[in-house]
Ligand binder design. Structure first.
Ligand code: GCO
Ligand code: MN
Ligand code: MN
Length: 388
């Protein structure tokens, strides 16, 4: 098979904040030197990535003067040009600065909400200038610790108003840009509004321009909520809303660990990659993760290479699954329509309803049928372990 080398057509991307993460956490300081955005672009080029994504302030400090901004952006563009790395996605940091301690679009203080709109419009301009076609909204501070502080109906209305405003802004500027909403159940807020991808999908339908807005599901975020990530991705895909994806991994129901893709839940990662490849998802495969705190600069490259290598190995395993005669024969048997009832299913017709009501089903025999999923699942395990 292949040697699992990343190529541009795989659309592997990393955020400036991921490979650039210096390893600080809530209990300890940074363990790695901070890399400049230009240095990060060079690391990404070295490991074979396709693109780099960024928050406005990953590149331009929040208090930069217009002159400083222009110089930083020019240097960054130069590095992009030299390396061939693109910027497919951009986003706003609406969580780091103390001004956002009570949220951004949902903050109780209208001045903060207005500032969040200003900051996002400027960040959208920057993203578009760098070539981004997807703009992500992750509302890390859009939540509460105490429900005494905020009414969720007010918060939902404010969030909707902000997104409607920003959709109109992008349209007014004639930007070729889609928005992707990223859900997370908690962290840094005690509870974050719209905590799952499913909740985001419901919310999008209430916007003025739902066609412009989709989702950016993140593996670790659904796992924090104890959910099956691939199912969330499938629902988004079915709704035509899978505009972007954040790949990583973690232990279930823990804090946001942001481990290397495939480092923990191999089987879930396999079925996710199989899903994306089977349906032909054509967007970025963005690794929103960072290296273990134990790693030095070389370890960060091992981390980045590992994310992409694991994806490609799982992609090859998915092809093997689809071509495996024993697995496919078993699946065909499982799905067989021995009694020929398929024509009774699907869209309603009065004739069908009449025929269905008359049909004699052998309920006892159907209930006695073993499904052979134990055998099927063991075949998957054998395949993943390389003994098939
Ligand atoms: C997190 C989030 C972020 C976002 C990023 C882009 O849990 O910290 O996943 O990494 O993806 O802010 O919106
Ligand atoms: Mn995350
Ligand atoms: Mn993310």
């Amino acid at each position: 098979m292949s040697n699992y080398q990343p190529k541009p057509e795989h659309k592997f991307t990393f955020g400036l904040w991921t490979v650039g993460n210096p390893g600080g956490d809530a209990f300890g300081q940074a363990v790695r030197a901070k890399l400049s955005p230009v240095e990060i672009v060079r690391v990404l080029a070295e490991v074979g990535a396709y693109g780099v994504n960024l928050h406005d302030n990953d590149l331009v400090p929040i208090d930069a003067t217009p002159g400083e901004r222009d110089r930083i952006v020019a240097e960054f563009k130069q590095a992009l040009q030299e390396t061939g790395i693109g910027v497919p996605m951009a986003t706003t940091n609406l969580f780091g600065d103390p001004v956002f301690r009570d949220g951004a679009f949902t903050a109780n203080d209208p001045q903060v909400r207005a500032y969040a709109l200003q900051k996002t419009m400027r960040a959208i301009d920057l993203g578009v200038e760098l070539g981004a076609q997807v703009y992500v909204f992750w509302g890390g501070r859009e939540g509460v610790e105490s429900d005494a502080s905020k009414n969720p109906l007010d918060a939902g209305k404010r969030f909707r108003d902000a997104l409607n405003f920003l959709c109109e802004y992008a349209r007014d500027q004639k930007y070729d840009l889609k928005f992707a909403l990223e859900a997370k159940p908690n962290e840094p807020r005690g509870d974050i509004y719209l905590p799952t991808t499913g909740a985001m999908l419901g919310f999008i339908a209430t916007l003025d321009h739902p066609e412009m807005v989709g989702v950016n599901p993140e593996m670790a975020h659904e796992q924090m909520a104890g959910l099956n990530f691939m199912h969330a991705v499938a629902q988004a895909w079915d709704a035509g809303k899978l505009f972007h994806i954040d790949l990583n991994d973690q232990n279930f129901c823990r804090y946001d660990q942001d481990f290397r893709f495939g480092s923990h839940n191999w089987k879930q990662s396999f079925f996710l990659v199989k899903f994306l490849e089977d349906v032909g998802y054509a967007g970025s495969r963005h690794f929103d993760a960072h290296a273990y705190r134990t790693e030095d600069a070389e370890g960060v490259k091992d981390f980045a290479r590992g994310c992409m290598r694991t994806y490609l190995i799982l992609k090859a395993k998915a092809a093997q699954f689809n071509a495996d005669p024993e697995i496919q024969a078993l699946l065909a048997e499982i799905h067989a329509d021995d009694a020929g009832v398929a024509p009774l299913l699907g869209a309603y017709s009065r004739e069908k309803a009449g025929a269905l009501k008359q049909h004699a089903f052998n309920r006892i025999a159907l209930g006695n049928r073993g499904m052979q999923y134990e055998r099927l699942d063991q075949l998957v395990f054998d395949l993943l372990m390389g003994v098939r």
